[in-house]
Design a protein around this ligand. Structure first.
Ligand code: PLP
Length: 308
């Protein structure tokens, strides 16, 4: 009996500027400004049980981020979608984490050393699904701390355009680590709550839910939670959230593509409820996954794209 040859794409498939390759071979030049200056924008979409979640919404946000940072890659939105289908199909993944980036490139010799003269290009990859929280932390609820580091002001780097200016979030993550917590939460300079490293934040007080209205990425999962609360009849407000509300909340939960709805159980060492995910957070989390299993905002992956 012959053993089937393992697919070179088993660990994931990538696309760089017109070419497909196994993810282990995907590399960009170290001279690229995407790397040297974080001059890059990106988006991340998930595939679960063979379906993309809100693919068009992610592509629309990716295009808006590219426009905000003045990137003009050659690929159209339809072409980017086809690239993502092909990466997932090549990797043969049913549950996947799919990233798409647009990099500045670098101005060629002989033209001004200015970003306007660089040719921008797209990269993408699909790898097995990644969750920010491992199953044990998901079950007990994340431990959060409010960091000393404040979020980069929105007037300097627009947080609604997805970016890798993560020095504030990374500094906050070291603070969280030093204090034995899982994640930091960053405040804006005015003391209101913004977001954390890769997620939006929801506070629950007296049965009412609130999420910050500004200084944040307008998460696709956040939008989904807002819709779900409407379906579930849970009152939700999008408005400034003070740090006191966060610290005194009955419950807190987080939302992200890489994990869905993620309950927290401690804030700055204070135990919320019974040190486990709260009832409203769990209700939203359960509804999120059951709606997705029903095909909510789903686009089936075109697995035949692997053959094209
Ligand atoms: N906020 C930040 C800073 C993020 O990087 C992310 C996702 O990576 C989010 C929020 C959540 O956004 P989404 O739900 O679209 O994944």
């Amino acid at each position: 009996m012959t053993t089937p040859t393992p697919s070179p794409y088993a660990a994931g498939a990538a696309y760089i500027d017109g070419r497909y390759m196994p993810v282990s071979q995907a590399a960009i030049p170290i001279t690229d400004w995407g790397y040297r200056r974080s001059d890059v924008t990106y988006d991340v979409v998930s595939v679960w049980q063979g379906n993309f979640f809100r693919l068009d919404d992610h592509i629309a946000r990716f295009r808006a981020s590219m426009n905000a940072f003045r990137f003009q890659p050659r690929e159209s939105d339809e072409e980017i979608k086809a690239i993502l289908h092909r990466c997932v199909a090549l990797a043969g993944l049913r549950d996947a984490y799919i990233a798409m980036d647009c990099l500045r490139g670098r101005p060629p010799a002989g033209v001004p050393y200015h970003p306007a003269y660089a040719r921008n290009y797209i990269t993408a990859f699909a790898v097995p699904w990644i969750s920010l929280l491992n199953p044990e932390v998901m079950a007990r609820g994340a431990h959060l701390v409010v960091a000393e580091a404040v979020r980069i002001p929105a007037r300097s780097v627009d947080p609604t355009a997805k970016n890798f200016h993560w020095a504030d979030l990374t500094r906050g993550q070291f603070e969280a680590h030093d204090r034995g917590a899982d994640f930091c939460v960053l405040l804006a300079e005015d003391g209101t709550v913004t977001e954390g490293p890769g997620f939006n934040i929801f506070v629950v007080s007296d049965g009412r839910i609130a999420t910050p209205s500004s200084g944040v990425l307008e998460g696709i999962t956040r939008r989904s939670v807002i819709e779900l609360c409407g379906h579930l009849g849970l009152p939700i407000e999008v408005r400034p959230v003070s740090v006191d509300e966060l610290r005194d909340a009955d419950e807190i939960f987080l939302s992200t593509t890489a994990g869905g709805v993620m309950p927290a159980s401690r804030i700055d060492g204070r135990i919320m409820g019974n040190d486990r995910p709260g009832p409203i957070s769990s209700r939203v989390q359960d509804a999120f996954w059951s709606r997705r299993a029903e095909g909510w905002h789903a686009t089936p992956v075109d697995y035949a794209a692997a053959e094209t």
